[in-house]
Ligand binder design. Structure first.
Ligand SMILES: [Fe+2]
Ligand SMILES: [Fe+2]
Length: 163
């Protein structure tokens, strides 16, 4: 059985992962609007992955005899200023999610909940990857300094992401 504390925190995490999915979908649509289909594809795949993350938590809560409680959520913004602005926000968001995952892991340790610790290890590793990827793209965008030709090349590269 899940402790009520962990059940609660996992429900909060489900909401956070679903919000991530909405946020990246909004970023995808924004990039589409900016005529950057590769960026848009990258964010759409990211959005789908975040929904998968939420579903993993749903599975874990259900498997452990807990109750899934979905909530309403804030709307993400629709204008991110620039593609670089979108990726900067994505990085800040992932850093926040990493803190949430670390908090959950700490809670699982405190409660001696080994099954949740094993479950959460995948997410700890995933967050390292998520932060690294977003940070790399932010760095690349900064180096481009808004030049249109290299931006279109980066758009082609991001568009080759496998879904
Ligand atoms: Fe996630
Ligand atoms: Fe993520």
């Amino acid at each position: 059985m899940l402790s009520p504390d962990i059940e609660n925190a996992m429900n909060t995490q489900i909401a956070a992962e679903l919000y991530s999915s909405q946020l990246y979908l909004a970023m995808s649509a924004y990039c589409e609007e900016q005529a950057l289909p590769g960026f848009a594809r990258w964010f759409k795949i990211q959005s789908d992955e975040e929904r998968e993350h939420a579903l993993k938590f749903v599975r874990h809560v259900v498997d452990r005899g807990g109750r899934v409680m979905l909530t309403g959520m804030d709307a993400p913004q629709s204008d991110f200023g620039t593609p670089q602005g979108a990726f900067e926000q994505a990085l800040a968001h992932e850093m926040n999610v990493s803190m949430m995952i670390d908090g959950l892991y700490g809670m699982a340790v405190q409660h001696g909940d080994y099954a949740s610790q094993v479950f959460l290890q995948w997410f700890v590793t995933e967050q390292v990857e998520e932060e690294r990827t977003a940070a790399e793209i932010v760095q690349t965008l900064k180096a481009l300094g808004g030049e249109p030709a290299p931006l279109l090349m980066l758009d082609r590269e991001l568009g080759s992401r496998e879904g």
